[in-house]
Write a protein of this length. Structure first.
Ligand code: SF4
Length: 463
């Protein structure tokens, strides 16, 4: 491992460091062994250690989700599967069913990989061997690390993970036909690159540095002098593609499909998986961007499965505006939810198209907790009280729990969303994005547009 300039010649989703699982502590990720209490019971997050489910195992998992939970499942923004509605007594049987299906769930620190790892001929390198070794080293280190510490090994390819944040990232780059892995820490390129073995040592050195700052420390907490100096020799990469769509990978064809807003019911997805299996699909992978990938044979004609998925309400086109909105389970799937988040999001898509040009990060939340998007969004619609009545708030550039610029009674919520969309449509200048338009309007005028709307007599179901 050396610095840039004097550089020494230098399954698929996730492998986890398998360590002892502590009881769920503050800031910890819910797991099968330590699920999290939510508004609709316990929630367990699951990811196969191999990064891939066999189709049979995935079907068994759907059965288990229905038997031991409510049958509702989420795919998170980072591509984890969440099983909802568990009870204390059903956690152990679920775990047994998962193991019986041959699924080895990840526990401990995640070492994530692109969802097409090992399948995509355009990747610079197959990241799986390095990810596996790094996961083993982290698990064996005995270090007390923050549960959400994120480690990525990215071999590149169509669905590379440049857009996914991580404390530590190893990214494959090739110079003069020589493969080098480059180290990024807290999202910043360093000058450190080297071979697989060298970069395991480099990554472990950063892991140890982070651990020295406490069990809740993240890479961003490291003082600048602890970060390796220099800049990377990593070449520019095209933006990662949407995981939704068809990927012809030569030896296989992969079809990416997304449940609307990342949530699906087992009884809805089951017929899709069964039909895909009948067409030769052998595996299911999860992808960042709340999607799942069906891995089929070479030359697979995916058109029938695409049609079936669309008829079942799944997102099958990368340009679908539903992919631009983070929405939690809401009152349909969570006892804490005070609005039908999916109805609000659907209303946003249908009646405020000016806001759907892709320039805005949009979030709809059933309460101030903001499960679907813990980070800031450009525009958040969140359930909150208004004049002592159920209402809808609008937060700009913040989280669901932040102070709204305006609130409306729920009965006026649909009209308020429509009015805001109309205001942007009337104000936006040629070539201007919705984000730039909202910026130009400013909070006061946005709040005025939202607040002025009154119930227009149309029953907007769920709002
Ligand atoms: S943000 Fe949504 S899913 Fe989370 S607790 Fe509130 S209503 Fe439930």
């Amino acid at each position: 491992m050396t610095m840039a300039g004097t550089a020494m010649r230098g399954n698929e989703g996730t492998i986890r460091a398998m360590g002892p699982t502590p009881a769920l502590r503050r800031g910890a990720c819910p797991t099968l062994a330590a699920p999290m209490q939510t508004g609709d019971g316990l929630l367990a997050r699951l990811r196969p250690a191999s990064g891939s489910f066999t189709a049979d195992a995935f079907l068994a998992l759907l059965d288990a989700a229905e038997t031991f939970g409510t049958g509702r499942l989420d795919i998170t923004a980072r591509g984890n599967l969440q099983i909802r509605g568990l009870r204390t007594a059903s956690v152990a049987p679920l775990s047994t069913a998962v193991h019986r299906a041959g699924i080895v769930p990840c526990e401990g620190i995640a070492v994530e990989m692109p969802p097409l790892a090992g399948l995509d001929p355009s990747e610079v390198a197959d990241p799986r061997p390095l990810a596996r070794k790094l996961a083993e080293r982290i698990a064996g280190s005995g270090l007390d690390l923050a549960p959400k510490l994120a480690v990525i090994v990215d071999g590149g390819g169509r669905l590379h993970l440049d857009g996914v944040a991580a404390d530590i990232k190893l990214v494959a780059g090739a110079t003069d036909s020589t493969l080098l892995w480059h180290l990024l820490v807290a999202g910043k390129q360093t000058g450190v690159c080297g071979t697989e073995d060298e970069m395991i040592e480099a990554a472990m050195s950063v892991v140890a540095d982070i651990a020295a700052y406490g069990s809740a420390a993240r890479a961003r907490d490291l003082p600048v002098e602890h970060l390796p100096p220099g800049s990377s020799l990593l070449a520019y990469r095209e933006v990662s593609l949407s995981p939704v769509g068809r990927f012809d990978l030569g030896a296989s064809v992969v079809l990416g499909i997304a449940p609307a807003f990342g949530q699906m019911a087992a009884h809805v997805v089951r017929p899709l998986i069964l039909a895909a299996v009948a067409e030769g699909v052998s595996a299911v992978r999860l992808a960042p961007g709340r999607a799942f990938l069906l891995v089929g044979p070479a030359g697979w004609n995916t058109s029938a499965i695409v049609s079936l998925a669309a008829s079942l309400g799944f997102v099958v086109h990368a340009g679908d505006p539903a992919l631009r909105i983070d929405a939690c389970a809401g009152q349909v799937g969570c006892a804490s939810g005070r609005i039908d988040t999916h109805a609000v999001a659907s209303h946003l898509i249908a009646h405020a198209p000016a806001l759907m040009d892709g320039s805005l990060d949009l979030h709809v939340s059933g309460c101030a907790k903001g499960c679907a998007r813990p980070r800031v969004a450009d525009l958040t619609l969140v359930a909150m009280s208004c004049d002592g009545q159920p209402g809808l708030g609008i937060v700009l550039g913040g989280r669901a729990g932040d102070r709204p610029v305006a609130t409306k009674r729920l009965e006026d919520g649909a009209s308020a969303i429509t009015a805001l969309g109309q205001r942007v449509a009337e104000t936006v200048e040629k070539g201007e994005s919705a984000a730039a338009c909202l910026q130009r309007l400013g909070p006061a005028r946005i709040a005025a547009a939202f607040s002025a709307a009154r119930f227009n007599g149309i029953d907007h179901a769920g709002l």
